[in-house]
Design a protein around this ligand. Structure first.
Ligand SMILES: [Zn+2]
Length: 256
């Protein structure tokens, strides 16, 4: 009797989690209402430079993200005026759990559980509504590391951990990284070669029908780089040189 009850409770719990994930998916892929995205800035390396930078952020620094979504959604013929609204929250004190580079499947699953737990507690600020999607953005002093750690955006839990540079000159490029991870949370997949980093053809190309094919005028957001030739590609400087390609548009349900 008790054993059956325990199994029943477990099944109810699992069903509740599955339904919650399914509802999240419907809410973030319907594109009927403005999607609220929260940016939670953090000092990623404990340096005074990153601290100053994080404290000096304003919501204006992320305006290009809203503009990017408005422009791209219009290109795909959707009626929505403002697909994404970005809210900036005060800098947090505690950093999210770290995923070790090259972690195995169980380590990743455990990390994502810890991250969801962290996110559920780190997004509470008195008088502020919790956003639908939570992006924890860790700022690093460029002098302390040459390359930012890997960023992650998770559709399950609608949460992202984004590593960027605490440098005014990098604001525009940081926004590209933020949009890339944000799109992962609403179902977009990577479109670059995981070994070389080169954009995949055709899904990672902004204009696959271009004659000649190279150089491409823009970068596809989930590829991240603009192909210049069969072997070269370049990081775009800002979101004005980036588009949402047809595969990404289908994955996030802008098209069917
Ligand atoms: Zn990615």
């Amino acid at each position: 009797m008790w054993k059956n009850l325990r199994i029943l409770l477990l099944l109810v719990l699992l069903a509740a989690v599955a339904i919650h994930t399914w509802l999240d998916r419907i809410a973030t892929q319907s594109w009927q209402q403005t999607l609220w995205v929260g940016i939670f800035p953090l000092n990623g390396d404990g340096t005074p430079q990153a601290q100053r930078y994080v404290e000096g952020l304003t919501v204006q620094d992320f305006a290009a993200i809203e503009e990017f979504f408005a422009r791209e959604v219009r290109r795909y013929g959707l009626e929505l005026q403002q697909p994404v609204h970005v809210e900036l929250y005060p800098p947090g004190a505690q950093l999210p759990p770290v995923l070790e580079h090259g972690a195995g499947i169980f380590a990743v699953a455990w990390w994502s559980l810890k991250l969801r737990w962290y996110a559920a507690h780190a997004d509470r600020f008195p008088g502020r509504a919790a956003p639908r999607i939570r992006l924890f953005v860790l700022y690093h002093d460029p002098a302390t590391l040459a390359r930012a750690p890997d960023s992650h955006g998770l559709q399950k839990g609608l949460v992202g951990v984004v590593h960027v540079f605490a440098d005014r000159a990098m604001t525009w490029r940081n926004n590209i990284v933020i949009v890339h991870e944000l799109l992962h949370t609403v179902g977009a997949s990577d479109k670059y070669d995981l070994g070389s980093g080169a954009p995949l053809f055709p899904s990672g190309f902004a204009d696959r029908d271009r004659q000649p094919l190279y150089p491409q005028d823009a970068a596809e957001i989930m590829a991240g780089r603009r192909p210049l030739s069969g072997v070269e590609s370049q990081m775009p400087r800002s979101l004005s040189g980036v588009v949402v390609g047809p595969e990404t548009a289908r994955e996030i349900r802008w098209t069917h």
